[in-house]
Design a protein around this ligand. Structure first.
Ligand SMILES: [Zn+2]
Length: 508
């Protein structure tokens, strides 16, 4: 095919069932591009698009002539289930534009894979099925997903292949999209794929789905290392526990060329068996709040101790957390911890009060006055305003490197020995640039508290090795202790929530 016409679509939300609804406005304010505007944005230096879109376009451009057919790309920070009206309207808009675009040779679906809506646990399946219905059975469709996706049968059945990230923190979005582009070219040349899909009764919290080391890393690495010739794609998808859907469960997907069907199936079975044999490694232990604060206090008093990084994993905006819980902040204040830095604290009201008062002023504020999710108490404090920013930051390290991120009106304030970066938009503290924008140097602090579950590790690895990082057990919508959440739709029993879960390998 000399110049294939390939449609580009993106629809991405990681939905936490326990967080407030994600509205159409939330999507539009975060990332919502239609038609040619997608390509215009993609051509910028630090685009606001998911990194997959550029990765796909770059790989297609490098391979030769093609015609991108941009449809709709929308993406939003993880939150609660998507408003059903917005999902219906977006899928209808995509359908209409795909039909109007005329004959297509292939479709690339950029997707997170853990979206839910207020009326459905599987809008991603509806998204994939919509694309399939428009083009019929003979046009290749390939999707990429986050490794925190909850994979439904409808998703698997609707597309040729689902390619999942292999890194957590996620730094391979562009690479996986390039893999999708290469697969689409192979399919356009007449390639055909077998599919094997195994969903395990394992729903692991995200802190146990890191890929530098651990049970999940071992599965991903083995899938790649033992991939036989002819097996084109191996996706090991960890899932997103707080989605609370019947589709939850560690998913293994393998795709084989003709002749490699049995090898692909055998590899999937091996990985499934390994995940089950090593399931105890998915259990979680966290550091208690009291112990974490004691360690921070010691750091402020003894400069010989190595600096400490406390991950406030329970209040991770990257998993639907609100970024405004006060457990850690309140305890730092009470213990009079010195030389501590905390962020990003999401509080538009405090940020706006700081902007009104100006740099250098000392004002009375109340952190988390509006107590958005009941997980954080209001904390009154007198703060000194050290710096102000409009919050337009270009990421420098890790998952948002090279992309423009909008933190909204932001402020840097000091409260005794604690420096706090307050922002207006919910973004996880994944990049040191969010702090450096205020002239703060990370090594100047003895304790750094980050509201992030794990993505900070790719941004702050130059400051902290793993032995300096602790995951604190505090209140929040993304606390890894899953037994504390009122799950209603997960398939039960499921490990590690139900320690007595059983599983039998499928007959080969
Ligand atoms: Zn993810």
């Amino acid at each position: 095919m000399s110049s294939p016409r390939i449609a580009l679509l993106g629809f991405m939300l990681e939905a936490n069932q326990f967080a407030p609804v994600t509205s159409g406005d939330d999507f539009r304010k975060s990332c919502y591009y239609v038609g040619q505007d997608i390509l215009t944005e993609a051509s910028k230096n630090a685009p606001r698009l998911p990194a997959e879109i550029n990765g796909f376009i770059r790989d297609m451009n490098a391979a030769g002539d093609w015609q991108p057919v941009p449809i709709v790309v929308t993406n939003v920070e993880p939150g609660g289930p998507a408003d059903a009206g917005f999902v219906a309207e977006t899928l209808e808009k995509m359908r209409r534009m795909l039909v109007e675009a005329g004959p297509l040779d292939a479709i690339y679906l950029c997707n997170h894979g853990a979206m839910t809506a207020t009326d459905s646990t599987d809008p991603d399946g509806a998204y994939y099925a919509m694309a399939r219905e428009v083009v019929g059975p003979n046009v290749p469709i390939v999707a990429t997903v986050d490794l925190h996706a909850n994979i439904s049968d409808r998703m698997v059945d609707s597309v040729e292949a689902i390619i999942s990230y292999r890194t957590n923190p996620h730094v391979d979005q562009a690479e996986r999209a390039a893999e999708a582009a290469q697969l689409i070219r192979w399919l356009l040349a007449g390639g055909k794929l077998s599919k094997t899909f195994i969903r395990m009764p394992i729903v692991a919290p995200s802190v146990r789905l890191l890929t530098a080391a651990g049970p999940y890393a071992d599965l991903i690495n083995r899938g790649q290392a033992e991939k036989p010739a002819g097996v084109r794609v191996v996706s090991v998808v960890g899932g997103f526990a707080w989605g609370d859907t019947p589709e939850n469960g560690l998913a293994i997907l393998t795709y084989g060329e003709p002749g490699a069907e049995t090898d692909a199936e055998a590899l999937a079975n091996k990985l499934a068996q390994q995940s089950w044999a090593e399931r105890e490694r998915f259990n979680v232990t966290l550091t208690s709040l009291g112990e974490a604060i004691a360690q921070a206090k010691a750091r402020g008093e003894d400069s010989a101790l190595p600096a400490l990084c406390i991950a406030d994993v329970a209040d991770n905006p990257g998993g639907g957390g609100r970024g405004n819980t006060t457990d850690v902040l309140e305890s730092l204040i009470a213990a009079e911890v010195q030389d501590a830095l905390l962020g990003l604290f999401v509080d538009p009201l405090v940020a706006s009060q700081c902007h009104s008062a100006g740099v250098g002023a000392s004002i009375d504020v109340t952190f988390n006055r509006d107590n958005a999710d009941g997980h954080g108490r209001a904390v009154p404090a007198k703060v000194e305003i050290l710096g102000l920013s409009d919050g337009q930051i270009v990421g420098r390290r890790g998952i948002v490197a090279g992309r423009t991120i909008d933190l909204g009106p932001s402020a840097c304030v000091r409260l005794n020995g604690i420096t706090i970066v307050v922002v207006s938009r919910r973004i996880q503290a994944a990049d040191p640039a969010f702090f450096e924008a205020f002239g703060l140097a990370i090594p100047a602090f003895r304790t750094v508290v980050l509201k992030s579950r794990g993505h900070f590790r790719a941004g702050f690895d130059i400051f902290f090795d793993n032995s300096q990082i602790i995951e604190v057990d505090a209140l929040g919508l993304t606390n890894p202790m899953l037994s504390r959440f009122p799950f209603a739709r997960l398939p039960r029993p499921v490990y590690p929530l139900d320690q007595n879960t059983t599983w039998t390998a499928p007959a080969s």
